[in-house]
Design a protein around this ligand. Structure first.
Ligand code: B12
Length: 213
C-alpha cells in the first residue's frame, strides 16, 4: 500500500504511531499540507461511520480527535512572520451546542498563516457571544463553524441576532464545516458557505481587498 493510502487507513484504525510516522515522512518528502489533511479527513470520516454503526465507541471518537490534533502539531509551516502586515480581522467560533473544534482550529491556522488577525471564540458559542465579539472587535469577516446537523440552526440563530441588533450590514459572514452539505448560503442569510479551507482564504481575501479598493 502507498504511504498515502496507509495514512488514511492508519487514521481509520486509530494507529497513532503510524499516523505520526507517515505524516512526518510525507511532510519531509514535500507533500502538500492540504493533501495530508484530506487523507486524515478521509480516515477520520470512516471513524465517524464506524461510530455510527456501533463498531467504535465514544472513547474511539475522542482518541481519533487526539490523534488528528497530534498529527496537526507536526505542521509548523503555518506560522506567520511577526512583522508581516495584517491583512484583516476575522472572528471565528464553533456555534452553540457544538464542541467539534478540530476543523475550526485548522481554519484559524491557515488564516493566520495568510496574515489575518484571528479572534478565536472557542466552542459552543452562544449567539450573544458572537454579537459581543462583533461589537468589540469590528471584524471584516465573521466565520461560523459547525459539524453537528443542528449547527445550521445555531448559525441561523446567530445571524438573526446580529440582524435584530442592526449589526449585519457591512459584516461579511462565512459559514462552514461539515454541517454544510449543500444548499444556498442565503437560506441561512450568510454570504458564503464553504468546507474547503482554501475557499475560506479566498473569501476573506476578497472581502478585505474590496474594503481597501
Ligand atoms: C472527532 C469527533 C468527535 C470529538 C471532537 C473532538 C474535537 N476536539 O473536535 C468528540 C469525541 C468530542 C465528539 C463528540 C461528539 N460527536 Co463527534 N465526531 C468526531 C469525528 C470522528 C471527526 C470530526 C473531525 O474533527 N473531523 C476532521 C475535521 C478536520 O473536519 P471538519 O470539522 O469537517 O473541518 C473541516 C471542514 O469542515 C472545514 N471547516 C471546519 N470549520 C469551518 C468553518 C468555516 C467558516 C469554513 C469555511 C470551513 C470549516 O475545514 C476543516 C478542514 O478540512 C466525526 C466524524 C465525521 N464524519 O466528521 C464525528 C461526528 C461529527 N460526531 C458525531 C456525534 C454524534 C457526536 C456526539 C453526539 C457523540 C456522543 N454520543 O456524545 C458528540 C457531540 C458533542 C457536541 N455536542 O458537539 C456525529 C455527528 C452526526 C451529525 N451530523 O449530527 C459524527 C458525524 C459521527 C457519526 N457519523 O455519527 N466527536
Amino acid at each position: 500500500m502507498s504511504d498515502t493510502r496507509q495514512l488514511a487507513a492508519a487514521m481509520r484504525e486509530l494507529d497513532e504511531s503510524t499516523v505520526l510516522e507517515l505524516t512526518k515522512s510525507m511532510i519531509e518528502s514535500g507533500h502538500d499540507a492540504f493533501e495530508i489533511q484530506s487523507l486524515l479527513n478521509e480516515g477520520i470520516k470512516d471513524v465517524g461511520k464506524r461510530f455510527e454503526s456501533g463498531e467504535y465507541f465514544l472513547a474511539d471518537l475522542i482518541v481519533s480527535g487526539i490523534i488528528y490534533q497530534n498529527a496537526m502539531e507536526l505542521f509548523h509551516h503555518c506560522q506567520r512572520l511577526d512583522n508581516a502586515p495584517v491583512r484583516g480581522k476575522v472572528v471565528i467560533g464553533v456555534v452553540e451546542n457544538d464542541i467539534h473544534d478540530i476543523g475550526k482550529n485548522i481554519i484559524c491556522e491557515v488564516l493566520r498563516a495568510e496574515g489575518f488577525e484571528v479572534i478565536d471564540l472557542g466552542v459552543d458559542v452562544k449567539p450573544k457571544g458572537f454579537v459581543q465579539a462583533v461589537q468589540q472587535h469590528h471584524p471584516d469577516v465573521l466565520a461560523l463553524s459547525g459539524v453537528m446537523g443542528f449547527a445550521l440552526d445555531s448559525m441561523l440563530a446567530t445571524i438573526s441576532e446580529l440582524e435584530k441588533l442592526g449589526l449585519r450590514d457591512g459584516l461579511s459572514i462565512i459559514i462552514g464545516g461539515s454541517c454544510i452539505t449543500s444548499g444556498d448560503p442565503a437560506l441561512i442569510r450568510a454570504d458564503k458557505m464553504a468546507i474547503d479551507p482554501l475557499e475560506t482564504i479566498a473569501f476573506c481575501k476578497a472581502v478585505t481587498e474590496k474594503r481597501n479598493e
